[in-house]
Design a protein around this ligand. Structure first.
Ligand code: CFM
Length: 481
């Protein structure tokens, strides 16, 4: 069955819900809907709520949202996973947020540093250990430009005063030491971790007047914010901005530095790619430093051109003219050649798309540029404002599911039989074993960039490779034999 009309989609949701016990059914019902045509304000799903115990959620935790997402990519800072060894160990390396520099010398993004809490530390407190750790790090990595302390669950439970340690140590080593209260138990997903991480940026970078590296302000200074450089995405976005004539004085936090974070407050305009993870600090910078911000989307030709024009509208005619010429003479032919190459192979294909808090709405138009339709989508941890921002890209038969469980995922996959499922590594192998083509839409599956001009060509090639790859047709799910 491939769902085509609204009634069928609705019936499918009902069918899946029926398998839950009564209480779970009642709760999960609020998180699923079929889009109402013309309802461009709200899509009606409940979001940012606690997952039901016993249901396997795709979400992560607050520590993941702060350490893994916002602070971890700041390359010249040392990131301490403060607490027992596991959280740091299992989030070792990066989420493919690339950076330049020499790891272990002036850059530290892919390192795992932990205070390795033992029973003794839980009983007697870990502040002394943390102080010692900061001293050791300062001795081993003198070229670091700061330290962030990412709290794991026990830190908040035992009442350690990491703020006091941070203040003392920052004074001693003469670098920012940032305590982040991102204990995993806080909130309902990694989303609160983003918020806490943003608050730490506010309190320990901007409110402390950490020195910026830009000396003289220019009329075209912009800050590229909330692009994490997954597979080189930020580099690809940056090229467009520079070709438009803008001067990128800061990237955050993909391939960024402490000084670049501070530079953001000096920009003429903040360009916000991932609204979900950094809208908080963008709002603060607007209020405190009068830097306006705007959202944009550099996935696929339709949104790239729309975003370029929107960004240019904040600047003078010379930038606008240059942007138009760039689009017409260079980017349009380039991106059209990608559409010409792949659209006939992808037209009419159907995908299910399930990612964190931003990418579904950013990549749906990119899929549409290639003629691909989206049957089902939603967010792991999106809020009401994310769903609102998604509505304009959906069709009136699109199923929207918030915080989809692995059980629901399996059911939807088997009923909808999409030509492709785009989601994360936890979802990947189950999906492929069932013979459904899959792409990781978090890490770009060892590929990327997907942002910008070169990114679109790579995106189109990868989706074609997965959707039209012959191997999936020959797979029989092991649990069916
Ligand atoms: Fe923003 Fe992200 Fe996303 Fe996100 Fe993430 Fe990510 Fe994501 Mo994975 S910051 S909300 S917490 S765009 S790690 S780079 S892919 S879930 S949709």
């Amino acid at each position: 069955m491939s769902v085509v009309d609204k009634e069928q989609s609705q019936a499918l949701i009902e069918e899946i819900l029926q398998e839950y016990p009564e209480k779970a059914l009642k709760s999960r019902k609020k998180h699923m809907t079929v889009v109402e045509p013309g309802a461009d304000e709200k899509c009606g799903v409940s979001s940012n709520r606690k997952s039901i115990p016993g249901v396997m959620t795709i979400r992560g935790c607050a520590y993941a949202g702060s350490k893994g997402v916002v602070w971890g990519p700041v390359k010249d800072m040392l990131t301490i996973s403060h607490g027992p060894v596991g959280c740091g160990q299992y989030s070792w390396a990066t989420r493919r947020n690339y950076y330049t520099g020499i790891t272990g010398v002036d850059s530290f993004g892919a390192m795992q540093i932990t205070s390795d809490f033992q029973e003794r530390d839980i009983v007697f407190g870990g502040d002394k250990k943390l102080e010692k750790l900061v001293d050791e790090l300062e001795e081993m990595f003198p070229l670091s430009r700061g330290i962030s302390i990412q709290s794991e669950c026990p830190i908040g439970l035992i009442g350690d005063d990491i703020e006091a340690v941070s203040r003392k140590k920052a004074e001693e080593i003469g670098k920012p030491v940032v305590p982040v209260r991102c204990e995993g138990f806080r909130g309902v997903s990694q989303s609160l971790g983003h918020h806490i991480a943003n608050d730490a940026l506010r309190d320990w970078i901007y409110e402390k007047d950490v020195p910026a590296s830009v000396q003289e302000a220019g009329p075209y200074d912009v800050a590229l914010m909330a692009d994490y450089n997954i597979g080189g995405d930020a580099w690809s976005s940056r090229r467009i901005l520079e070709e438009m004539g803008l001067n990128v004085i800061s990237q955050s936090t993909g391939d960024s530095t402490v000084a670049e974070l501070a530079n953001t407050a000096k920009a003429k305009l903040v360009l916000l790619h991932c609204y979900r993870s950094m809208n908080y600090i963008a709002r603060y910078l607007e209020e405190k430093h009068s830097v306006p911000w705007t959202e944009f989307n550099f996935f696929g030709p339709t949104q790239i051109f729309k975003s370029m024009r929107k960004i240019a509208s904040y600047f003078d005619e010379s930038i606008q003219k240059r942007t138009e010429e760039l689009i017409e003479n260079k980017y349009k032919p380039l991106l059209q050649s990608v559409v010409d190459k792949y659209k006939s192979r992808l037209e009419g294909k159907k995908v299910m798309l399930y990612v964190g808090g931003l990418r579904p709405r950013h990549t749906i138009p990119c899929f549409k540029d290639l003629g691909v339709e989206v049957m089902l989508t939603g967010y792991e941890f999106g809020h009401g404002d994310d769903y609102q921002r998604t509505m304009e890209y959906l069709d009136d038969t699109t199923i929207v599911v918030d915080d989809m469980s692995e059980f629901e995922m399996e059911k939807f996959l088997s009923k909808l039989k999409p030509d492709l499922f785009g989601s994360g590594v936890k979802e990947k192998y189950q999906c492929q074993k069932a013979g459904v083509p899959f792409r990781q839409m978090h890490s770009w599956d060892y590929s990327g960039p997907y942002h910008g001009i070169e990114g679109f060509a790579i995106f189109a090639r990868d989706m074609d490779m997965a959707i039209n790859g012959q191997v999936w047709k020959h797979i029989k799910a092991p649990w069916k034999s």
